[in-house]
Design a protein around this ligand. Structure first.
Ligand code: PGA
Length: 249
């Protein structure tokens, strides 16, 4: 059983202009400053907001992450951002291999593996996303599919301090549909057998403030990764507060 504090991560995706991004970040930072949370709280804004958000949350304990990184440290890669740049902007984490990049931008497991290596090189903690498609889900082989994806996406040298895994079924992202608790439990157990003990394994895909506490109680669930719910202070905060509900029962 994982005894580490849970990680609640918000992926803002391509949402937020400066004013609303700073307002959301400030509101969360103020709450983190004045509340003893049972979890770590992380926001991953779009790259244009990273330095602004960094300055708005400085010293609060709210963590900052990027949404993707390039495998190389620098060079002729128009439009890309390196792990070193994210570190320089104040990030501690970076999401890699999100389903919207795997399926929307053709990212392969070996691309993801190179990005994980880049994150480690820069001193960032990668949040490595894996998850089956709707067709794969219907074959009832999600655990094998996800474990295959993960093992191909991870370089050697993982440790619980350097790695977070996120199980995000592609069909559950943004759809309002959730897997059964037994399905989440089965996939998380399969992942936890492949990664060093105490590695946090998040669940992501249509998590809301209503479903979070039940999800966080499932064995081997070390936190959650949310998109839509992370754009609303009250919803995201309620999910963070669900961590206490999940540990005190
Ligand atoms: P969602 O997105 O919470 O809006 O379903 C989750 C994610 O893509 O990380």
């Amino acid at each position: 059983m994982n005894k580490r504090r849970k990680l609640i991560a918000g992926n803002w995706k391509m949402n937020g202009l400066r004013a609303e991004g700073v307002e959301l970040a400030r509101a969360l930072a103020n709450r983190v400053r004045t509340t003893a949370l049972d979890c770590e709280l992380l926001v991953c804004p779009p790259a244009t907001l990273l330095t602004l958000v960094h300055d708005s949350i400085a010293g609060s304990g709210l963590l900052l992450g990027g949404q993707d990184c390039h495998p190389c440290a620098a060079g002729d890669f128009t439009g890309s951002i390196s792990a070193e740049m994210l570190k320089d902007a104040g990030c501690s984490h970076v999401i890699v291999g999100h389903s919207e990049r795997r399926h929307g931008c053709g990212e392969t497991d070996s691309d993801v593996r190179a990005k994980v290596a880049a994150a480690w090189r820069a001193g960032l903690i990668p949040i490595v996303c894996v998850g089956e498609t709707s067709e794969e889900h219907s074959t009832r082989k999600a655990p094998e599919i996800v474990v295959g994806q993960l093992t191909r996406s991870l370089p050697d040298g993982a440790s619980p301090e350097k790695l977070v895994v996120a199980y995000e079924p592609a069909w559950a992202i943004g759809s309002g549909r959730l897997p059964e608790a037994a399905e989440i439990s089965e996939v998380h157990a399969a992942i936890s057998a492949q990664v060093p003990a105490e590695t946090r394994i998040l669940y992501g895909g249509s998590v809301t403030e209503r479903s979070a506490a039940d999800i966080l109680r499932i064995p081997n669930v070390g936190g959650t990764l949310e998109g839509r719910a992370s754009l609303h202070v009250e919803d995201f905060w309620a999910i963070a507060c669900s961590c206490s509900a999940s540990t005190t029962r």
